[in-house]
Design a protein around this ligand. Structure first.
Ligand code: SAM
Length: 276
């Protein structure tokens, strides 16, 4: 029996309807699907182990909780962490209040996770904690550690990966799924190259596949296979990007158009804590 009080079907529909913006596409009851920015359901089949039965799992930066709920569905005992207040994210000093307010609105104090967890009758434990503060003394160690679409938003991605390593059991698995630059990956298949944003928004390093692998290795994680590129499909809540002249003449516009049409370019890596 779930620790959370479950919601009735009609209440779920009503609560989903009242919340305009969802990051994740979640099927919360028969016929009730949240209009997420992304629809990661097919990606989860590819990225997560088929069974996590009896495993202690961690989802870092959970947002509406899609990955945490998927791990729970596979039998995991799951802890999900996030920073609820977007002002506490890694912002460049040049950032304006407007974007912070937009993200605050989208985040709504973690309400999406709460509605979803109750609708699903989930037992996932939610904790407010930065990836930088993950500590084996406080949080224990996990058999499976997942972190999705967060390295891109961190000023210090390698320190974050080091913290994932610190809370991973010695025989555990770390799974990261994050943004990559497909052009740099094609142009420099072996050389680690990344571009830097850091201009008014919490977007920092965009590595090519080789740089992403290097980041994982330099944090003391040993990849158990090659980085696998994947596209994150657009969800019903993400507006289409029109192919206007303005969009087509800017690199960022072309990137957004490609991401909206073909999915956001990312890659996933499974790795284990390397022996010191
Ligand atoms: C782009 S969303 C990704 C959501 C989800 N992990 C996924 O892969 O679909 C980034 C998430 O990371 C969270 N976040 C931002 N900075 C963080 C930090 N320092 N530690 C933990 N979570 C953070 C945000 O609140 C947000 O929920």
């Amino acid at each position: 029996m779930s620790r959370r009080m479950a919601l009735a079907g009609e209440t779920i529909r009503e609560r989903v309807g009242r919340r305009e913006q969802w990051y994740h596409t979640l099927e919360l009851a028969p016929g009730v699907v949240t209009p997420g920015w992304f629809d990661l359901r097919t990606v989860a089949e590819e990225v997560l182990p088929a069974s996590l039965a009896g495993r202690r799992c961690l989802d870092v930066g959970t947002f509406d909780g899609f990955w945490a709920f998927e791990m729970e569905k596979r039998g995991g005992d799951v802890v999900a962490v996030d920073i609820v207040d977007p002002r506490a994210w890694d912002w460049p000093v040049t950032a304006g209040d407007e974007l912070v307010a937009i993200l605050e609105d989208r985040k709504q104090g973690g309400r999406g996770f709460d509605i979803a967890a109750r609708a699903l009758g989930s037992d996932v434990t939610y904790q407010e904690c930065s990836v930088y503060d993950l500590d084996p003394e406080e949080h224990g160690r996990f058999d499976f550690v997942f972190m999705g679409s967060l390295l891109l938003h961190l000023r210090d991605p390698i320190r974050a990966l080091e913290r994932l390593r610190a809370v991973c059991a010695p025989d555990g698995l770390v799974c990261t799924l994050d943004a990559i630059d497909p052009t740099f990956s094609r142009l420099f298949p072996r050389r680690a190259v990344a571009s830097l944003d850091g201009d008014g928004r919490p977007w920092w390093w965009l590595p090519n596949v080789a740089a992403y692998e290097r980041m994982v290795r330099s944090a003391g994680l040993h990849p158990v296979g090659p980085a696998t590129p994947v596209r994150l499909p657009r969800g019903a809540g993400q507006p289409p990007v029109p192919a206007t002249r303005e969009v087509l003449t800017h690199r960022e516009g072309r990137r957004m158009l490609g991401a909206a049409r073909r999915g956001d370019p990312q890659a996933w890596i499974h790795s284990r804590p390397a022996a010191p």
